[in-house]
Design a protein. Structure first.
Length: 388
């Protein structure tokens, strides 16, 4: 049902005070039907200088829940997010996320336990929008894709410091964008969400000077494999965006040709932008109006993201944060092929227990992981996936 025009604003509790949260604060200040009520942060309260004065800051998850009608989780930290999502759903609150890292690590555990949806605005959410539109018109998605203009698997700290300052992201985020970890996470998430798979570990990551040629390679790979795939292209200078390649009944092709869509059999639909936090409010309204979830990692995921060493790791070495580090990067894998892989989303405050060589995939036996709720439910999800 539509939200009544005379209703009080929906109270939005936000878990996170980073880049996405700050942009969401700014967006919701312009809305009449949505307002930020409280923001959960792990930083010292007096160090959070970018939140509007009307936003209450707290270290208490309970205070977040008590003052919210809906919760947005956008911390980017799967360990922390798992606990916030657990408590919010237990309190009967809908949860909207912008946290692919959480979903692909342990989000499947929460499917069916309440309203939990990734938001529109980041690449997975925009691909979900395209999926819904195309399926509604009778198309059959063949490739779910993300577009990158640059990829460097082993960037230097100096490079990342430069681009971090220039673009306004933390070094960790900038590194995960550059080394491919972020896109591997996002496309693994999309594969699980829509029952697709991957063409190979680490994805095809087709590099070409022509976007049309690159997408054609992916379409042909999906046809050869006999099932939809999730992947990405690297085309120099390409603006970040997403695409879905789809087919349709042969009887519809003359109509599409007349509409200047080409002869088929592959049709590529592109959205050459995503607006991050600016698009979250539409997903919040979707949730509060009782509409279906936009996307989640599914209750039966088949794809995870493993940690791969960028350099030699020594026994006793500590990995503070795996995603966006200079020690490891993420690569998409099938659970059935790598049942002992170490999910990169669990690498927080871990200690290496034995030497790991460059480009070696880490296993759960290679590190000592701190106890956490996220660790327990993630390892159980992987065991369940391997038993199916």
């Amino acid at each position: 049902m539509p939200i009544a025009a005379d209703s009080p604003p929906i109270r939005v509790g936000v878990a996170g005070t980073g880049f996405i949260a700050r942009r969401l604060f700014d967006s919701l200040r312009l809305m009449d039907d949505l307002q930020v009520s409280v923001a959960l942060t792990r930083r010292a309260l007096d160090s959070v200088r970018d939140a509007p004065s009307e936003v209450r800051l707290t270290h208490s998850t309970q205070e977040l829940l008590d003052n919210s009608d809906i919760v947005v989780e956008c911390s980017g930290d799967p360990i922390h997010a798992a606990e916030v999502v657990r408590d919010a759903l237990a309190a009967g609150l809908p949860v909207v996320t912008m946290n692919s890292e959480f979903h692909v690590t342990c989000g499947s555990h929460f499917v069916g336990k309440g309203f939990l949806s990734e938001a529109n605005g980041d690449q997975p959410g925009v691909q979900a929008q395209l999926h819904d539109e195309l399926v509604g018109m009778g198309f059959r998605p063949l490739v779910y894709g993300s577009m990158k203009g640059f990829l460097n698997p082993n960037p230097s700290l100096k490079e990342m410091l430069y681009w971090s300052e220039r673009q306004g992201f933390r070094v960790q985020q900038t590194t995960s964008f550059t080394d491919g970890t972020k896109v591997q996470i996002e496309q693994a998430f999309v594969a699980n969400a829509f029952g697709a798979s991957i063409a190979k570990p680490g994805l095809l990551a087709v590099q070409n000077d022509s976007a049309d040629a690159a997408t054609r390679v992916l379409a042909e790979a999906a046809v050869e494999l006999g099932h939809p795939i999730s992947d990405f292209t690297v085309v120099p200078g390409q603006a970040p965006g997403v695409f879905v390649i789809a087919t349709i009944a042969e009887s519809q092709r003359p109509v599409l040709a007349a509409l200047k869509m080409g002869e088929g059999p592959f049709y590529t639909f592109v959205r050459p932008y995503h607006l991050c936090a600016l698009e979250i409010p539409n997903t919040l309204r979707r949730a509060m109006q009782g509409q279906p979830v936009l996307l989640n990692n599914s209750a039966a995921p088949t794809i995870g993201v493993a940690a791969v060493a960028k350099r030699r790791l020594k026994a006793g070495e500590r990995i503070e944060t795996g995603i966006g580090s200079f020690q490891v990067r993420g690569t998409a894998v099938r659970f059935r092929d790598e049942p002992r892989h170490l999910p990169i989303g669990l690498l927080y405050g871990a200690t290496v227990t034995r030497p790991v060589e460059p480009e070696q995939m880490l296993t759960i036996d290679d590190v000592d992981l701190p106890d956490s709720y996220a660790r327990d439910i993630t390892l159980e999800l992987i065991r369940d996936a391997c038993r199916r």
